[in-house]
Design a protein around this ligand. Sequence first.
Ligand SMILES: [Zn+2]
Length: 237
Amino acid sequence: MSIHTIQYESIKIEFELIRKDVKYINLRVNKHGKVVVSASKKVPLSVIKEFVEAKSLWIITHLAEIEQIRQSLPPTGFHDGKTLYYLGEAYSLVLLKGPKKIILHENSILMSSQSTTEQGLKEEYLAWLKKQATVKFEEIMTRIYPLVAPYGILRPSIQIRNMKTLWGSCTTGGHSIRLNLQLIKATENCIEQVVLHELLHFRYKNHGNDFYDALGRLMPDWKERKNALESKYRDYV
Ligand SMILES: [Zn+2]
């Protein structure tokens, strides 16, 4: 394998050349945006370069498409410098090798870990988030519960789950509400809205007029809080 370049107008195109037993010359752009050429040993390099030059326009178009797809994908990786949300603030992840520990420092989340895989790091991070959420969600419940106490609703317990679609749900049987771990990424304003919404379901099962009347009375700006939650704070962890 060897690396070569050709020039197409002002653009330099780099390609990887693999000599192998193919009929003549094959050219492809792989999914990482690398140009790979395989050619028979008999074909001189000058001929291969001419071949690549002739395909330049096709290569450039193809690379642009790959870049566009890459940019439209959600940033799911867990890596140094990644933007993470915590209680509505954006932090930059700083990964360090060392004993398991996570601290917030200014605009950074400093995470020291022994884990070497993205998956392992993510799991450690989610476990830490859950610990923070356990404390924070109870605090918010303490603040919001008095609003619904006059409706004869008992204070429920809180379960935390990492969920893909639901922000919260309530179970009348066990008298608990289930909150999405992902909520801890949003502002306390947004979390309050979800907690109040679920609490009111103990009185009004469905999203009827009575439900929305009560919600609007107790939290007039609930809709703005809900919209903020839907549109921000996604960091794909
Ligand atoms: Zn609901």
